[in-house]
Design a protein around this ligand. Sequence first.
Ligand SMILES: [Fe+2]
Ligand SMILES: [Fe+2]
Length: 292
Amino acid sequence: MGKPNLLKTSPPFADRATQLSRHSTPYRDPLARIHWERLTEHAFWLPEQAVSLYGIEEYDNLPLDVRRRLSHYEFARFLSAGAWLESLFLQRLARAALKGPRATRIYHLHELREEAGHSLMFLEFFERTDLDTAVLDAPFDPWLTALGRRLPFHSTLFWSAILLGEEVPDRLNRYVRLHAQGVCPVAVELCALHSTDEARHIAYGREVLRHRLERAGGLTRVLLGRALDTLLHRFVMTFYYPPPSLYLHAGLPPGPWAARAAAHPARRDFVAHCLGPTLARLRGLGLTVSWP
Ligand SMILES: [Fe+2]
Ligand SMILES: [Fe+2]
């Protein structure tokens, strides 16, 4: 007996797709929902504990305006990475919306509309700031880009990558939402709107992956766990560890700031704290994934 053809038959997660599509209606344009007039440079754009150098003595001794400026660049780079990842996903979703069972096509169109809304929200944010775009658009992980373009849409690895690609940045969105005190209200609104939609996208990705793993043998799970370790590491580096040039653009004195962030235990602990629920859920699916 061959594999079921998901392009012709309804997959078991079609009901979930229909339910999530209902929750995506009515659609409300995030561009029109954000109170853009509240954008201010006189506030942090990330909770300070979420800044990559937080807890390093030389950073703590920097003037307030420099520390704020770094949070502006780190937040904007985080959004820029989101726009990069979403552009890859949008391309794949647009093709998937052309074929397959109606329930999943409809769901993919909802997701397409929501991801397009997020990217528009990020670009609008950049339009309203004076940050140097060269550092925000500096190239992202080419290995992830290639995988995002080439993995077969219905493969287990593709949906594993999608799930991690949504969960890893979403954990920071949630952190911002929960630690909003003193953070620019527009940054908080943006994270909150994003994570509300992502909750549905993550629920769907998890459902697809759960279904795929039900039929996977022990060896497949072990191999997939190893692949997920690599994916997790790359997504974390992309979303939680800014490139070296960003620190100079933000106005910090020259120094190996990126290397110091990478080596700093407080940053590792912060990332582990953010990712804890994600790793626990993956373990619940029978996948052992770890962050050092
Ligand atoms: Fe998104
Ligand atoms: Fe998403």
